[in-house]
Design a protein around this ligand. Structure first.
Ligand code: DGL
Length: 291
């Protein structure tokens, strides 16, 4: 179904370094990762795809997410000759990254998973809340991660159906009520706080959720640690590019003068447009993308 266009065809000299990095998510959530990528790699160009027309990934079946991940990656390779791919979505990473790596063995691919290991290092109480999509929490990849950490902390898992959609729609009321519901459910298992037995660390295991932090904080209070994955993903992307001799080392003064990002949406481009302006402070236009 998808041709491995990248394998063996990519130049290995400096023109390769000037090619863009592809980033995708089911929607606007991956902008939280793009923000970290832009800050870690200011010389790089990025092509971002928001698959809003086929979201939410976290509430769809595995085959749907896998087909979307393969199709978007093929588009990014064919149309933009990306030199690396960042799967800026926990659900797509959990369900599809192994297929992408099989299909495109030459392409550096970075994914994101809920930050359970950093949470163990940070937590003093050893009780950690994890908010993610149902798709992520039910995936084999997540179950393997969880069992590899058995005995190191107590994890309280909370699937958050509807929260990514509310964020995607900028629906403040729905965001507040979903956050209150899910923080309430976590707190009923173990209260939030810094005392023995309380949840002192909350892992935001979906790239949309950092954009709801203010609403989440209303329920957890200010003392709880929040963990998301943007910075580690950006650092890992840098490492892979370095290892592949593909880091763009051009003069930063030149690169900041020209737009470094292109944004595509398979759904309502207006949502992505607003989010890009609001969260990244950029004015670029969103290009419609047929599914
Ligand atoms: N942002 C995605 C993630 O990190 C999922 C949101 C959705 O359900 O589409 O898992």
């Amino acid at each position: 179904m998808n041709l491995p266009l990248h394998s063996g065809t990519r130049p290995t000299d400096s023109p390769h370094a000037s090619l863009p990095i592809g980033v995708f998510d089911s929607g606007i959530g991956g902008l939280s990762i793009l923000k970290a990528l832009r800050s870690e790699l200011p010389q790089e160009r990025f092509v971002y795809v928001a698959d809003s027309g086929f979201a939410p990934y976290g509430e769809r079946d595995e085959a749907h997410v896998q087909a979307r991940a393969l199709s978007i990656t093929q588009h990014l390779l064919q149309q933009h000759r990306i030199k690396a791919l960042v799967v800026a979505c926990n659900t797509a990473t959990a369900l599809a990254i192994h297929l992408l790596r099989d299909q495109y063995p030459q392409l550096p691919i970075v994914g994101i998973e809920p930050a359970l290991k950093p949470a163990i290092a940070l937590s003093k109480t050893g009780v950690i809340g994890v908010m993610a999509t149902r798709g992520t929490l039910e995936s084999d990849k997540f179950k393997r991660l969880l069992s590899s950490l058995q005995g190191q902390a107590r994890f309280v898992l909370q699937p958050c159906s509807g929260l990514a959609v509310a964020i995607e729609q900028f629906d403040a009321q729905q965001i507040q009520s979903a956050c209150a519901q899910y923080i309430g459910a976590l707190g009923a298992v173990s209260p939030f706080g810094t005392h023995h037995g309380q949840i002192d660390t909350l892992v935001l295991g979906c790239t949309h959720y950092p954009f709801a932090e203010a609403a989440l904080r209303l329920g957890t209070g200010p003392d709880v640690n929040y963990l998301e994955g943007g910075e580690p993903v950006a650092r890992q992307t840098r490492r892979l590019l370095e290892a592949d001799n593909a880091l763009n080392t051009s003069d930063i003064q030149q690169t900041v003068a020209t737009p470094q990002e292109t944004f595509y949406s398979t759904g309502d481009g207006q949502t992505l447009q607003s989010a890009v302006q609001l969260w990244l402070g950029l004015q670029q236009f969103v290009v419609p993308l047929a599914g």
